[in-house]
Design a protein around this ligand. Sequence first.
Ligand code: ATP
Ligand code: MG
Length: 441
Amino acid sequence: MLFSKTFIPILKNNPSEAVIKSHQLMLRVGMIKQSSAGIYSWLPLGFKVMKKIEQIVREEQNKIGAQEILMPTIQSSEIWKESGRYEDYGEEMLRIQDRQNREMLYGPTNEELITDIFRSSIKSYKSLPQLLYHIQWKFRDELRPRFGIMRCREFYMKDAYSFDLNDDDAKFSYNKFFLSYLRTFKRLDLSAIPMAADTGPIGGNLSHEFVILAETGESKIYTDKRIFEVSSENTKLDKKSLSNLREKYEKFYAVTDEKFDKKKFEENVPKEFRLNTKGIEVGHIFYFGDKYSKPMSASVDFQGKKEFVKMGSYGVGVSRLVGAIIEAKYDDKNEVMKWPISIAPYECSIIPLINKNDNSNLDKAHNIYNYLKGKNIDTIVDDTDENFSSKIKKFNLIGIPFQIMIGKKSEGDLFEFVEVGKEAKNLSIEDIAKIIINKKK
Ligand code: ATP
Ligand code: MG
């Protein structure tokens, strides 16, 4: 891709309306554009990153046996009246009337809709468990939308739902999602801690929030630092291994402010391991038994009886993750961003120094571009006539993890190659490709 032909509207300075670094950076490098309060368009750079995150989230859902569906954004109020949440949800729900004066709404979440889908088809316990998910836009009319796409009104979420015969099986499903979330966030190069949480308007009795540490986060967190050392590596997908995994985490105190109890914190966590800081919630899982299946009559036949199914729901803020990853990775002092290669908008940038009436560096850039393209490396060439140092500054902000500089320091067939944040090296294009391919594995 040639930079001159992309739609990447870069701003010269940090926009004054943004207070946190992810919001500043996303506007600065043209990843998003606000269209009205808390509602954003996703421009190519931002959209590419979000789609890559979405794909990782999807793969990890599929790995635990969840099946992907797609439910609509607009729902009928009928099912919400059945569950009793139509009134409870309050002003965060965007209510709409159609031309027949039917009460509709833009879905803030999908427990009701999925329960309706489930009950219309599944009749026997032999079809359980069912793990279903979709990745779809949600709307919540937040009182104070802020921080760009971190707390907005329209956002992109993966929400999954599990249906089981009894508590024990349902907890097995819950634990599968628990593991899949740990794996998802790890692939995004984030260290997300599962924290015991309140169940809030979703209701129920078991819940974890997955939180990453960030000064600008909205959740206050209290945790035992030793939780960072727990590993989920090589956990098998059977009941026992998964419940052991959850126990390993739950051994350590880790809660958000709603559940915070000073006495318990001090009793359970030795002073040197206490951590009281802020974080960003990137995922949230709930187990709520028959809270929806009972009022909505979602049951299966089991031993001659009708049993209300036991349900859980599992959300990941796919669009919020874009901002959360910036909060975790962006060095705002030096103005350098580095996306993990798995979700970078491009894998490599080529930055030629272009002198007037001399196209030789640009020609070299094109050749390198074609070579890397042949190796399946997604590359962008800065063919603009901006000066060399402002090009580098710009690419430092965009955060593409590898840069090839074709300037005074390149010699012959060796080019100045930088993995962002590390020392530059002069390497042949073959070696450069090898390093990038290796990193992608
Ligand atoms: P929060 O506590 O941040 O308001 P929530 O508990 O209401 O979130 P859930 O219903 O658990 O949110 O939604 C699942 C995920 O969706 C959250 O973990 C978060 O990552 C994301 N999310 C929720 N609300 C928003 C929002 N207004 N803007 C962007 N992402 C959001
Ligand atoms: Mg939540």
